[in-house]
Design a protein around this ligand. Structure first.
Ligand SMILES: [Zn+2]
Length: 85
């Protein structure tokens, strides 16, 4: 999906104009952490609030349904820390 210039309006939290960026989003699916990269989203430069267009949200929901696509995706390792307070 190409990134197009789209007016994300202003941040609902601090009213700063949102800027379009490609973001990473993580999802837990059946105990597996999945990261989707390059999602076009509006990001608030002030507070970091993120919004995605409805169509982008739908496509993300579709992407994470394809278990064979997930199975073939490259693996990355992430730090895992135990909460041992
Ligand atoms: Zn904000």
């Amino acid at each position: 999906m190409k990134s197009t210039s789209y007016d994300y309006g202003e941040c609902v939290i601090c009213n700063t104009p949102m800027q379009e960026k490609l973001i990473k989003q993580d999802f837990w699916i059946r105990d597996e952490l999945i990261i989707i990269e390059d999602i076009p989203a509006g990001v608030c430069p002030q507070c970091g609030e993120k919004v995605v267009k409805a169509e982008v949200g739908r496509w993300v929901a579709e992407l994470i349904k394809y278990s064979d696509r997930i199975a073939k995706a490259p693996r990355v390792s992430v730090p895992a820390i135990k909460f041992d307070a």
